[in-house]
Design a protein around this ligand. Structure first.
Ligand SMILES: [Ca+2]
Ligand SMILES: [Ca+2]
Ligand SMILES: [Ca+2]
Length: 192
């Protein structure tokens, strides 16, 4: 019960770190993926943003630092949701210099299939930069930043929410029915 209340408060933005806005749907009717995105106008390191993203949930979905896999998604997240403000995304090349992979969400461990690096980036500048940010210099432009060279680099972050294998209403009902039937089976066995 307590957890449910916390989740509701976090989702509403009334508790914890103040959200810039409620999660915004990129709906399939407008060419989207039916995922939700939220920009947190905070000043945090990538590591803290990574943890913070996982601590928020919305409509039962646990957040993750946004994973951008198309130009359309980059535009929606970077412009529509973040308003062109500098924001961390979910990729890093920490531990594998030069090869960025998504570190959370459905694409965890996967290489980037779409990129929008600014000219000359990623450059692992200034003693090492291992974390992906968007809206750096140019709107929608990508840059590697953060530690170890710029360990104190802080800015906002983009959180994405998606249901694992988003299920339409009838399928959800079927799952509930299956669970209920399984429960009946268990109690029957128990009664024997
Ligand atoms: Ca994504
Ligand atoms: Ca690097
Ligand atoms: Ca850089």
């Amino acid at each position: 019960m307590r957890k449910v209340l916390m989740t509701a408060l976090l989702a509403s933005g009334l508790f914890g770190q103040a959200a810039n806005a409620v999660p915004v749907l990129w709906d399939s009717a407008s060419g989207g993926n039916d995922h939700y995105y939220e920009f947190f106008d905070a000043n945090v390191t990538w590591d803290d943003a990574f943890k913070a993203a996982q601590s928020v949930s919305f409509m039962g979905m646990t957040g993750y630092l946004a994973t951008i896999t198309s130009a359309g998604e980059n535009r929606f997240a970077s412009v529509t949701v973040a308003g062109g403000i500098l924001a961390w995304l979910g990729a890093s090349d920490a531990g594998n210099e030069g090869t960025f992979t998504w570190r959370d969400g459905p694409e965890t461990g996967q290489a980037l299939t779409y990129t929008n690096w600014n000219p000359g980036e990623p450059n692992n500048c200034c003693g090492g930069e291992n974390y992906l940010q968007t809206n750096f210099g140019a709107v929608m432009g990508w840059n590697d930043h953060g530690g170890p060279g710029n360990a104190g680099q802080v800015n906002g972050y983009l959180v994405e929410f998606s249901a694992p294998g988003t299920v339409p209403e009838p399928a959800s009902l079927a799952l509930v029915m299956a669970a209920a039937l399984a429960g009946v089976g268990v109690s029957r066995r128990r009664n024997r």
